[in-house]
Each structure stands twice: as C-alpha cells, then as structure tokens.
Design a protein around this ligand. Structure first.
Ligand code: CAO
Length: 438
C-alpha cells in the first residue's frame, strides 16, 4: 500500500525567504533516496534539497521564484509501505518527512571528486566516458557561472564548460536543458566532436547551374565506414614497386592455355596468392585489435576482401580460405564475386570476415594512391597500373614491367619497418612466381 508524505524545507541554517531557482522533478517521476528535488538560492548561497526517501512525486507545491523557509511545503510524494521507514510509527505517516540537511553549493562540492556522505549509486551517465569537449574547461569561468549544483554536476559529467553556456533561466541562470542543448550543438556542428570548424553551408546555385543527385544507399554506408576508419585508424601508406615482367609472361601463357575453359587470370589473382604468402610470413598483418584496443586477435584463416567498383558504389566482397585455393580457382572466384557485386546480389555474409583487403585500380590507371584501411582489418593493399619502365640492371637499362603497390596499414598494430618488410616480401614473391608455391 502507498503512503503520501509531505516533503518540507529542512533546516537550511539562518536563511529565511530563500528563492526556489530550479525544480528538478515533476509529478509521476520516480525518485531515489537523496535525488535532488529543488535548488534554492539566497544572496549568499545556493543549495540543493535532496529527497529524504525513494518514491513517486505526487504533486509539486512550489514554483520557480517562490520564496521558502524551513518547514514550508515543497511537494508530496507517494512511498510504498515497504519503502516507508520501519522505525516510523503509524503516526509518522501523517507527519512531515525529516529531510537530510541541504548541501551547500557555492563551495563547488558538485564538482569535487569526493563521494557524497551517503553512498549513492553513481548515475549511469557518470559511468560513461564524457564526450569530447570543444576546449578545456575554464575553471574560473565555470565557478562564476550562474547554475545550480545539479546543473554543475551534470555539466561536469558531460565535460561541458558552463563558462561558454548562456542560461535561459531566471536572471540568466543556466538550466539543465541549456547544458544539453550546448552539448548537442558541439556534437553536431563541430565536425562530429573532433573540434574542427563546421563545414559552411553553401548555396552553389549562386555561382552557376547545379543539379542535386542523392547518394545511393551503398554510397552512404560506405561513406560512414570510410569516415570512421579515416579518423580512428592512424594510417601510414608504404609505396613500393614490384617487377612483374616474368609474372606477366606466365599470366598470358596461362590464359592462353585455359582459354577454352573461359579462364581469365588477371594480376589480381597473383596478388591474392602473394598476399597469402606474406600473411603467413607476417601474421601481425592478419590480425585485428579487440574492442578494448588492448589485445591483438591473430587469425589462422586467410579471407581476402576485394574492392569492387559497381554502378551503385564501392563494395568489398570477401573471398574465403584463399590459402586453400589455386590460382585458377581464385581467378574464377574473382570473376564470380565481381559479377555478383555488380548485379547487387551480394549477401551480408559475402561482405564479412575479411582479414586484409585489396583495392586494385590497375585496370583503370594511376601511379599510386592511399587506400583507407578497411577496419577492423589492419592493412589494405592498393594496386595501380603496371607500366614498362627502364630498370638499371648489370650496367645497363632494361625494359621491365613494374607494378606500383600502395600498402596502407594501422600504425597502432604495424611498425613502419614491418610495413616496408611486408611490401619488400610481396615484391620478392611477385617478381619470382616460383615463390608462390612455397
Ligand atoms: N596493371 C595493368 N593492367 C591491369 C592491372 C594492373 N595492375 N590490373 C588489371 N589490369 C588489366 C587486366 O589484366 C585487364 O586487362 P585485359 O582486359 O587485357 O585482361 C584489365 O586491366 C581490366 O581488369 P579488371 O579490372 O576487369 O580485372 P581485375 O581482376 O584486375 O579487377 C576488380 C577486378 C573487380 C577488382 C575491378 O574490376 C574493380 O572493380 N576495380 C576497382 C576497385 C576500386 O574501385 N578500388 C577503389 C576502392 S577505394 O580504395
């Protein structure tokens, strides 16, 4: 059974006629013991009145701006019989509730790390890491700001600087809603909380004719992943050049031999084979950081993602168990998977589980580029167009087919020296195809 209790202003020292500056609860709110109910402010101090009991607010009897003194009625609260203090006699149900003394605020106690006298569970928001603040808190300005203790505490939890917030309350007092609005503004306008200047909104039609084309679903999804990976992974790109003169001759011969079966082996299939060898030699490239960022998960399987350019946008299907497949099998699977991608028939399973990715622009052109790591993978191999180049060998320049490689990697996991070792290893394997058998 529920009892209704009156909550009165407790002993607040020698203060009389103190103004109610904030009401933190509304009828129907469920309140825990010592949750702040109202804030009062006199000429000399601000204080918060905590709840003497857990229960549900029934009626709030004061308004902002009212002047109250010790013993005045603040609100009524419904408490379950079980929650009512067992020590109170029947008579106590009708009696006003004893309230713990109010806690002075001007001393900045809300911001102090010392725990409150009564153990109270930390609110969930206090356990979450605060979002990035646009700049460090101006402590002097924070102290001077016109805000109640609960609003100060709330601002501290969110890392919001009260000195930067304009209050919408009575006499410019900063309210909880002002802090929330400030944090929202920072998060949405300041470059996703990165502290960079927001992109200006420009009406391009002022400068000439325009056409607005909506992004495809794939464009938008890919954009989100690429943006996340670009800002969260510290990238380094290692450039290198592999001599694929012999590989190319072998590739042409293979295609000639298998032309009746419709086989079409491109450089990409050789690159997948070379990556299998390199991942075996450098297992740190076949790994992902776990969610805590404190452990490296090394993978014993080799699934390779291949970036495919489709009319609807970029997708990265994954070819599984590349270490167990022949060159021809990999080439056939590449053809199948890129056709599936272009026909928009890939399933989520086709796009998941990759260990490392290849982005090949070799069929299109270019000399080098910086691919973005497809996190949680830790490396991606970019490939540009192979070109005949003069290479100085045994005292003379000889024409060789040179394949440009651009390996981007996550510098948290891979050191620069290993990045260079990895591409050197790839070069060695690609320039001597016999090594692909090893
Ligand atoms: N150097 C020179 N020629 C190359 C080459 C290279 N590195 N790579 C491919 N080629 C040649 C091929 O041999 C083929 O020539 P033939 O027609 O004479 O056989 C031609 O270029 C076209 O190849 P392809 O692109 O059809 O086949 P592929 O196996 O090389 O690539 C695929 C397949 C699906 C990866 C590719 O079609 C594709 O979509 N690439 C774009 C990937 C992309 O957008 N990456 C950017 C992502 S953002 O980082």
């Amino acid at each position: 059974m529920a009892n209704v209790k009156d909550i009165l202003v407790p002993d607040i020292g020698d203060f009389e006629g103190v103004e109610v500056i904030e009401i933190m609860v509304s009828p129907g709110d469920s309140i825990n013991l010592e949750d702040p109910l109202v804030s009062l402010e006199s000429d000399k101090a601000a204080m918060e009145i905590p709840s003497p009991q857990a229960g549900t607010i029934k009626e709030v009897k004061v308004s902002i701006g009212d002047k109250v003194s010790q013993g005045d009625l603040l609100m009524s609260m419904e408490v379950s019989a079980a929650e009512a203090a067992p020590a109170t006699e029947e008579k106590a149900a009708e009696q006003p509730e004893e309230i713990p003394p109010a806690q002075p605020a001007k001393s900045e106690q809300a911001a102090a790390p010392t725990p409150p006298p009564t153990p109270v569970a930390a609110p969930a928001s206090a356990q979450r890491p605060p979002p990035v603040a646009p700049s460090p808190i101006d402590e002097a300005g924070f102290r001077k700001a016109h805000a109640s203790p609960s609003v100060r505490k709330f601002a501290r939890e969110l890392g919001a600087d009260l000195a930067q917030i304009t209050g919408s309350g009575n006499k410019g007092r900063i309210l909880k809603d002002d802090v929330t609005a400030f944090v929202k503004r920072v998060m949405t306008s300041a470059g996703d909380g990165l502290g960079v200047a927001p992109m200006p909104e420009i009406d391009f039609s002022e400068f000439g004719e325009i056409e607005t084309q909506p992004l495809t679903k794939i464009n938008k999804l890919t954009g989100q992943f690429l943006h996340r990976n670009w800002v969260t992974v510290p990238h380094v790109t290692q450039f290198d050049e592999a001599d694929i003169t012999e590989l190319e001759a072998f590739r042409k011969q293979l295609n000639e031999e298998h032309k009746n079966e419709g086989a079409r082996v491109t450089v990409l299939a050789f690159l997948m084979k070379a990556l299998v060898s390199a991942l075996r030699e450098y297992p740190r490239f076949n790994a992902s950081l776990d969610a805590t960022g404190e452990n490296l998960i090394l993978k014993k399987y080799i699934h390779i993602g291949v970036a495919v350019d489709t009319p609807a946008g970029l997708v990265v299907p994954v070819i599984r168990n590349c270490d167990r497949k022949s060159l021809i099998e990999l080439a056939n699977e590449l053809i199948a998977v890129s056709a599936k991608a272009r026909d928009r028939k890939l399933s989520p399973a086709d796009l998941s589980g990759g260990c490392i990715s290849i982005s090949s622009l070799g069929g299109i052109g270019g000399t080098a580029f910086t691919p973005i790591v497809n996190a949680p993978e830790v490396a991606i191999l970019g490939v540009s167009r192979a070109q005949m180049k003069p290479v100085y060998k045994d005292g003379e320049f000889v024409p060789r087919l040179i394949l440009p490689l651009s390996l981007s990697y996550d510098h948290r996991v891979i050191d620069g020296a290993d990045g260079a070792r990895f591409t050197s290893f790839l070069n060695k394997v690609l320039s001597d195809t016999r090594r692909l058998l090893l």
